[in-house]
Write a protein that binds this ligand. Structure first.
Ligand code: ATP
Ligand code: MG
Length: 438
């Protein structure tokens, strides 16, 4: 994309309404704009990041054997009456009446709807187990929407739902999802720690929140640095597999033996047994949450599956959420400096920005055009008529992992400067070498 023609409305001033770094930077770098309290439009730069995060989440769900579908945002109230949550959910639920006076709602989550779809179609243990997921907008009329996309009212969530014949099966599904989550967060460049959680209004007996450290987090958390050493990705033959119950057991044991707790569950005696140099504590942001809740919905909504002996069994269920739009803010919270965002390569909106320091100079223009032709839509080409300082500042603010800087002196000698945003390191290389490095 050519910056001169793009819709990336950056701001010079720090917006007064933004209290935390990610919110400030998302507004300043032109990623989002608020359209109502807690509701945001995703502008081109922000949308590319959102899509990249969504893609990684999807790839890891698929790898774990979950199947993607897409449920609507608008749901009928009857389904929620069946589970009893229509009244329980309270003011966070946005209720709507259509022209025929039918009560509808904008979905805050989808346990009821997925249970309904499932009970209509699955009859036999032979079709089990199943994990289904979608990536869809949710609405929760939060009392205090704040911190930009971190606590919005409309937000994008990946929510998966597992159905198993028995508790043992449900535990396997739960562990598979937990592993998929750890891989997802690692690929996003985040150190997310699973912490045992209260299962809250969704109910159930097994639940973990995935928390990353950031100074602006909403709760105090404590964990053992051992988590930071674990590689969850299946490269080099090591790591854990989703398809092997022993692996999943070994994985889950590690996740639950190293100390990790939020304020509410913090246990001082256990904490003191963690070696002092291994103690990590700080504010935490929840980026995902998984629950096993047994037969709460399958029973209340009369969903049954025939077991091998013909008996009708209520499936054991779990649900598994990741805040996709919250993650855009969370990644920035975890990776920025005074000049702006520092995107991990995996989610960056563009791999690189090509900075033309002397537009109109034939050599600079030709070199930039040639680089841009090679990189295509994976690069942003800063071809604006701006002074160099402004271009550097915008490149740092937008956080592209690489900057290819083309100035008249270097270009005349067949060289560009390649800058790595994360380290600030600059090297003089040929355009070909620069392309090779990206
Ligand atoms: P919280 O404790 O932050 O209110 P929750 O427990 O209500 O979250 P879940 O129902 O577990 O959230 O939703 C799954 C994920 O969706 C959360 O882990 C979070 O990443 C994301 N999420 C929840 N509420 C919001 C929101 N208001 N804005 C953005 N993301 C959200
Ligand atoms: Mg939660």
């Amino acid at each position: 994309m050519r910056l001169s023609r793009s819709f990336i409305p950056t701001l010079k001033e720090t917006p007064a309404e933004a209290q935390i770094a990610s919110h400030r930077l998302m507004l300043r770098a032109g990623l989002v704009r608020q359209t109502s309290a807690g509701i945001y439009a995703w502008l081109p730069l922000g949308f590319r990041v959102l899509k990249n995060i969504e893609r990684i989440v999807r790839e890891e769900q698929d790898a774990a054997g979950a199947q993607e579908l897409l449920m609507p945002t608008i749901q009928p109230a009857e389904l929620w009456r069946e589970s009893g949550r229509y009244d329980d959910y309270g003011e966070e639920m946005l209720r709507i009446t259509d022209r025929r006076e039918r009560e509808m709602l904008y979905g805050p989550t989808n346990e009821e709807m997925i249970t309904d779809l499932f009970r209509q179609s699955v009859r036999s243990y032979r079709e089990m187990p199943q994990i289904l997921y979608h990536i869809q907008w949710k609405f929760r009329d939060e009392m205090r929407p704040r911190f930009g996309v971190m606590r919005g009212r409309e937000f994008l969530m990946k929510d998966a739902y597992s159905f198993d014949m028995d508790y043992a099966g449900a535990v396997v599904s739960y562990r598979k999802m937990m592993l998929a989550y750890m891989r997802t967060f690692q690929r996003l460049g985040l150190k997310a720690i699973p912490m045992e959680a209260e299962s809250g209004p969704i109910g159930g007996d097994l639940s973990h929140e995935f928390i990353i450290l950031a100074p602006t987090g909403e709760s105090q958390v404590y964990f053992d640095a051992a988590f930071e050493q674990i590689d969850y990705l299946p490269r080099g033959g090591g790591g854990f597999s989703h398809d092997n119950a022993d692996d999943l057991h070994r994985f889950f044991t590690q996740m639950t033996t190293h100390y990790a707790a939020t304020d509410e569950k913090h246990d001082l005696a256990a904490w003191e047994k963690v070696a002092p140099e291994h103690r990590r504590e700080g504010r935490g942001i929840e980026v995902g949450h998984i629950f096993h809740f047994g037969t709460k919905y399958s029973k209340s909504m009369n969903c049954t599956v025939a077991a091998p002996d013909g008996a009708k069994v209520h499936p054991e269920m779990g649900s598994y959420g990741i805040g996709v739009s919250r993650l855009v803010g969370a990644v920035i919270e975890a990776s920025h400096d005074d000049s702006g965002i520092i995107w991990p390569d995996s989610v960056a909106p563009f791999k690189a920005v090509i900075i033309n320091l002397r537009r109109g100079d034939a050599v600079c223009d030709a070199m930039c055009e040639a680089l841009y032709a090679r990189l295509g839509n994976t690069a942003l080409y800063d071809d604006r008529d701006e002074r160099a300082g402004g271009k550097f500042a915008d490149a740092d603010l937008m956080g592209h992992p690489w900057q290819i800087i083309v100035g008249p002196r270097g270009a005349a000698a067949g060289k560009v400067e390649l800058k790595r945003r994360a380290t600030g390191e600059r090297t003089e290389v040929t355009p070909e070498e620069a392309l090779g490095r990206l």
